[in-house]
Design a protein around this ligand. Structure first.
Ligand SMILES: Nc1ncnc2c1ncn2[C@@H]1O[C@H](COP(=O)(O)OP(=O)(O)O)[C@@H](O)[C@H]1O
Ligand SMILES: [Mg+2]
Length: 268
């Protein structure tokens, strides 16, 4: 008999399986003696939005920082298990972490533009990668800012300091800076929690458009946001994935009582 490992992302109708960009298997992570992630198994689909929800301290940020190996910059971190990105284990000693960092962009909770012009913020990554020609950099700037739905607002002030932008514009600039390196994946850690409602909606709309070209993993403690914008939702609790499924399913018919309690606001 053939045992097929159950993969929660198989399409409900069995017609077509999603393509997988990340495959996480039995992944554990400790900060010193404290275990922050416990036996995580998750396939993250290509060109979809995957939301990570759960109460504060349940390991959401730790998890997405494992996806680009940023977490290992913390000296006390120990990990076991595997995370495959495009079918290669990113923790294999031979794995090229530089390549991972150029194909996986990250956007943080607080917009963090550099104290430079809008233009210089966007070309920062490409310049590091050796792009020097002005005509090419100009093109990257326009394309990335258009991609981040910011071009029209800033095209006449590209050489002004990024700190002059509103918080929401700064966050879209950080997204543009991410797009400039032409990533495959965009990781977002509560990208709208410091933004006002209108800027939040703009970023949410943007995420919807971006998923055509990118695979997006977004941490949010805003459940309405997860329900509005994601295709898949994973509910984390105390470092474990309690439930991972199509977003509709998680919010309309959760399988686990703890998921239900969380989404109905009983805790967290
Ligand atoms: N740098 C760190 N050193 C030690 N413990 C940490 C560190 N970062 C996070 N933790 C702990 O790991 C757990 C998960 O944290 P985190 O991933 O930030 O959760 P979340 O993003 O869901 O709020 C928490 O108990 C937190 O205190
Ligand atoms: Mg966090």
């Amino acid at each position: 008999m053939i045992t097929v490992k159950e993969r929660p992302m198989t399409s409900k109708f069995g017609m077509k399986e999603d393509k997988t960009i990340y495959s996480v298997d039995n992944f554990n992570l400790w900060y010193g003696e404290d275990q922050a992630l416990n036996e995580i198994c998750m396939d993250i689909p290509t060109n979809k939005v995957t939301a990570i929800i759960g109460p504060s301290g349940c390991g959401k940020s730790t998890f997405i920082k494992a996806l680009n190996r940023m977490v290992e910059l913390i000296p006390s971190v120990k990990m076991t298990g595997s995370i495959d990105y495009n079918e290669q284990n990113i923790f294999n000693p031979k794995y090229n972490v530089e390549e991972l960092r150029t194909s996986v962009g990250m956007v943080f909770q607080k917009p963090n533009p550099f104290p430079k012009s809008i233009y210089e913020n966007v070309v920062y990554g490409p310049k590091i990668h050796g792009v020097k020609k002005k005509s090419i950099l100009d093109e990257v700037v326009e394309k990335s800012l258009r991609g981040a739905a910011l071009w029209d607002e800033v095209k006449d002030r590209l050489h002004e300091n990024a700190f002059g932008l509103s918080g929401g514009q700064q966050q879209r600039l950080c997204i543009a800076r991410c797009l400039a390196i032409e990533p495959e994946v965009i990781l977002m850690d509560e990208p709208t929690s410091a933004l006002d409602p209108i800027s939040t909606l703009k970023v949410e709309e943007l995420v919807q458009t971006l998923k055509k070209d990118y695979s997006i993993v977004i941490v949010t403690h805003n459940m309405q946001q997860a329900a509005r914008i994601s295709d898949k939702t994973a509910f984390f609790l105390n470092g474990e994935v309690i439930e991972y499924n199509d977003t509709d399913q998680i919010f309309s018919n959760p399988a686990d009582k703890r998921t239900e309690d969380y989404i109905t606001g009983r805790f967290g």
